[in-house]
Design a binder for this molecule. Structure first.
Ligand code: GTP
Ligand code: MG
Length: 255
């Protein structure tokens, strides 16, 4: 093991210990059941949101014969990250402050092929009468300095328990395949500690350039798709050729 590796492990150890010392460990031990329960509620909220997106994908697949969603990824923030964030924000260590201020405990990432589908899916979700929008951040219209693009929604969704209804916050990130590809590479750079400053700066610059290229690619792909759709529409008055055409045109499977 080389020195930088040992140093990195030491740093991680100190970080872990400082997180777990300041009463955090006591908090976790004393509140094991309520903490586990809260995390289970977040998992339920994720299931609700994931299902909503899967339903929309099904409907589009039947109605328009294509899937707007390429993939859905979900994650629960680790207790360690939650604690770190609470410490950085100087929040009181209570369950209610997690619920109130840590808005990304439950995360759902929806990856689409096309830009327009991002906004269409976000609108469809927000129109649903059990969803409350807490905050919308459009890093597609306004990319971050790093070059990061995605549409972020912080929403609240109810989960129905045995004898109560509970509203849970979920962070939804909607992005294209190109945005996702970019973000995962940039994330790697962000968390690599042993790259020399000069090289890291160079790589960050290159990534900003790649973000521009990927944004241009996203708009060109959207444009091509729109032109194909226009051509398809021109021919939609022609005789139907297959049973599938007849069913689709008559909307037999439309919800
Ligand atoms: P956090 O406290 O980190 O959650 O940030 P925030 O509350 O200001 O929210 P923001 O909407 O800026 O970012 C939330 C999430 O978006 C992050 O946890 C990442 O998953 C993603 N993200 C934001 N900026 C970047 C970026 O520059 N690069 C990458 N790879 N991901 C980003
Ligand atoms: Mg976050």
């Amino acid at each position: 093991m080389d020195n930088s590796n040992i140093l990195e492990q030491l740093q991680a150890k100190i970080m872990r210990e400082s997180i777990l010392s300041d009463g955090f460990l006591d908090f976790l031990q004393e509140n094991k059941l309520p903490v586990d329960t809260l995390m289970a509620y977040y998992r339920c909220a994720i299931m609700e949101i994931e299902t909503k997106f899967k339903v929309l994908n099904e409907q589009f697949s039947l109605r328009y014969d294509r899937n707007p969603i390429e993939s859905i990824k979900t994650r629960i923030k680790s207790m360690e990250s939650i604690m770190k964030k609470m410490r950085n924000k100087n929040l009181p260590i209570t369950l209610s402050s997690i619920e109130e201020y840590i808005r990304d405990v439950a995360g759902v990432r929806v990856v689409c092929s096309f830009l327009d589908d991002i906004y269409m899916l976000a609108d469809c979700l927000l129109q649903q009468d059990d969803i409350t929008l807490i905050e919308k951040k459009d890093y597609i219209q306004n990319p971050k300095e790093s070059g990061y693009r995605s549409l972020h929604l912080i929403i609240e969704v109810p989960i129905f328990l045995q004898d109560e209804k509970k509203n849970m916050k979920v962070e939804v990130q909607l992005r294209t395949i190109a945005m996702d590809f970019w973000a995962s590479l940039e994330h790697k750079l962000r968390y690599k500690k042993n790259i020399p400053d000069e090289e890291a700066e160079q790589l960050a610059k290159e990534l900003v350039e790649c973000a521009r290229t990927s944004a241009a690619l996203d708009s060109r792909m959207q444009d091509i798709k729109n032109r194909i759709a226009t051509e398809e529409e021109k021919h939609s008055n022609e005789e139907p050729k297959t049973i599938g055409d007849i069913i689709l045109r008559n909307g037999l499977f439309n919800f």
